[in-house]
Every structure is written in structure tokens, then in C-alpha cells.
Design a protein around this ligand. Structure first.
Ligand SMILES: [Mn+2]
Length: 344
């Protein structure tokens, strides 16, 4: 039976579940970000302290700049350690799914999950979760999955176990999704949670530094190239977009995670409230969308770009060429403005 988020009741159900079972798997989404890795490791360290046999499984690699988190090297990548990952899922009595809302966010792992008899728990903050679990802690207003995991711990009888190691991982998740408290952080509760994590020993500046000040020289030059040569600003539309060709990626020795956060830069231009970033991949175009404040960008991601996400941060993809995909986006801008009640 699926339980919707009713705060205390759901927290209690989850607390009961992890107390009852010993073999626990934590599964995070494909292309894991700081919130996926941080929330998973925070929960992992917490459950370890409760003497649980716990493992984290990711579909594929995570960016290098997250590897400072303690035990990140213990995360099992399905693409590299398939057999081990399958074995863990088969042995699990309890599976946590963190930071995603649909089983198709864990490609290939989904088949094993479907066969598993384990109790399944979703902890997530993306809109419209699908029903593939037994207990659902889904709250779209929170900053991050890490915030929800922290709230879960604070509401448990084991909150005394919250230490610096757990706190740093959770803080990393919150900082990632709020870009150091500049977006998705309108709720006072987010800061209360952050405060608890700092009391537990987090050095805020240190975590910020590790997450955001980690550019390679090539990546910094790539950013310069994009902003200078690959950005189109449409002030009348309150919109700007960036793109990156395969040729650009080759020229700047593109490494995984290098374009992380680039989509946010156009929002620093006065008057721009919508931003998009188009990246040419081998067989498709990967798109990131961002918007400011009450303006919704996720609807066009769903409607035209086979994607989804939050009000202010969404993603999508296209099988068309880069040029055609961008044209298609520009064509949809009037609808985007209208649906957000912006008249130009
Ligand atoms: Mn997240």
C-alpha cells in the first residue's frame, strides 16, 4: 500500500522499516548529482551506525568532484559492477529509492527491482511520482532529497547518531540543489535543517568550496567560450539559451559534469527569467531548463521535449538536430510566456 507524505506518520513507517530489516539497498538515479550522492551517503552512514548491512547502487558513474564524500568509493556502479549490484538487490529486504520519481530513472536496474520482494521506500522531491513503492515520502516543496533524509533522521529516536560525516553528505545535497541557498530555498525549514547540520559539525564554506570551486582550467575556458560564443539572449522574451556542439566538447576535452550549472548563468542577466541549455550528444540533444521565481519551465519540458522536473529546474531531450531542437524551443517561447502570464 502506498502511503502519501503525511509527515510524522510516514517518518514513523520508514523508521519502523529500517529498524526491522538488516539488508538494505539504496538506489539513486542515472547520472547521479550532488543531491543523489549526498542524500544516499547521508542515509548510508546513518544506517551503518545502526549496524545495518547497507549498500548504495547507482546506474552509472557520478562526477569526480563528489568523490570527497566519505565512502563515495563504496558506491556500486551497475554499469561496472553489474553482478554485485544484482546480488545486493536480490538479497535486500528493504530498498530505498532516493531523488527520483519514476522507475525509468534507473535504467536496467528497474528489471531487478521489479522482481524484488523487498519493502520499497521512495524519498524524493520531484513532482508527480509514479507508484512503484510501498511507502512514499514525496514532498515537492523541499529543497532537496537530502533535506528530507535529514528531517527523517531528526524525527527518529536515533537522531543522536547524526554526526559530522552524515551531516556533510546531507549538506552537500542541499547545497547542490539550492546552488548554495540561492534557489529552491524559500522555506524557513530548509535553513533550520541546515542549522542542525552545522551544529553537527558541517563547515559550510568548506562544503561550498568542494562542490562549486572545482573547475579544471579547461572547464573554466569552456564556460568562457559558451558565454561568449554560444549564448543567445532574447530580452524581449525574457529568455536566453546556451548550446554546446560536439566539436566544442572535443576542443575543450569535455569531461563528465563539466557543463554542470552552466544553464544557470543566463539567469544572472537582468530581466532574464527563462534559460535553456542544449548539449549535442552522440544520438540526441540533452536539454536543461531553468526559470526564476513563480515562472514554470517544467510544463514545456513535459509537453515538447520528452522530459520533466521541477517548476524552476527541468530537463528534456530531443532526437532532432541541434539546430532543429533550438528552433523548436524558440517557437515555443510565446506559449511559455503566455502560460506564465508574461505579456511582451
Ligand atoms: Mn534533488
Amino acid at each position: 500500500m502506498t502511503t502519501n507524505h503525511k509527515h510524522k506518520a510516514v517518518f514513523e513507517a520508514i523508521n519502523l522499516a529500517y529498524k526491522q530489516f538488516d539488508n538494505i539497498a539504496i538506489i539513486i538515479h542515472v547520472n547521479p548529482d550532488g543531491d543523489a550522492v549526498g542524500s544516499a551517503l547521508g542515509l548510508f552512514h546513518f544506517l551503518k551506525k545502526m549496524k545495518k548491512n547497507v549498500s548504495i547502487i547507482a546506474p552509472n558513474d557520478f562526477p569526480d568532484f563528489l568523490s570527497w564524500m566519505i565512502a563515495s568509493n563504496e558506491i556500486i556502479r551497475y554499469n561496472r559492477q553489474t553482478e554485485k549490484a544484482v546480488q545486493i538487490i536480490e538479497n535486500a529486504d528493504l530498498i530505498f529509492f532516493l531523488d527520483f520519481n519514476d522507475i525509468d530513472r534507473v535504467p536496467k536496474i528497474d528489471q531487478h527491482v521489479k522482481q524484488s520482494k523487498a519493502v520499497k521506500i521512495l524519498i524524493d522531491h520531484h513532482p508527480n511520482p509514479t507508484d512503484f513503492v510501498d511507502i512514499m515520502l514525496s514532498e515537492i516543496e523541499v529543497s532537496s532529497t537530502a533535506e528530507l533524509v535529514c528531517d527523517l533522521i531528526l524525527n527518529s529516536n536515533e537522531k543522536i547518531l547524526l554526526d559530522k560525516t552524515i551531516a556533510e553528505c546531507l549538506f552537500a545535497g542541499i547545497l547542490t540543489d539550492t546552488i548554495s541557498f540561492t534557489v529552491n530555498s524559500h522555506r524557513p525549514r530548509t535553513f533550520q535543517i541546515a542549522s542542525e547540520l552545522m551544529i553537527a559539525g558541517v563547515d559550510r564554506d568548506d562544503v561550498h568550496d568542494k562542490i562549486f570551486n572545482n573547475f579544471s582550467e579547461q572547464r573554466m575556458r569552456l564556460l568562457g567560450h559558451i558565454l561568449n560564443n554560444r549564448m543567445n539572449v532574447m530580452p524581449g522574451y525574457k529568455t536566453a539559451y546556451l548550446y554546446l556542439t560536439k566539436e566544442d566538447q572535443k576542443q575543450y576535452s569535455f569531461a563528465m559534469g563539466d557543463s554542470e550549472g552552466f544553464v544557470n548563468y543566463p539567469l544572472s542577466i537582468k530581466g532574464i527569467v527563462f534559460s535553456a541549455f542544449f548539449m549535442e550528444k552522440n544520438d540526441h540533444i540533452k536539454i536543461s531548463f531553468r526559470s526564476k521565481g513563480k515562472n514554470k519551465i517544467n510544463e514545456i519540458a513535459v509537453k515538447y521535449f520528452d522530459g520533466g522536473g521541477h517548476r524552476n529546474a527541468a530537463g528534456g531531450e530531443s532526437k532532432d538536430s541541434l539546430e532543429k531542437t533550438i528552433d523548436n524551443f524558440v517557437k515555443r517561447i510565446p506559449e511559455l510566456l503566455k502560460s506564465n502570464d508574461i505579456h511582451v
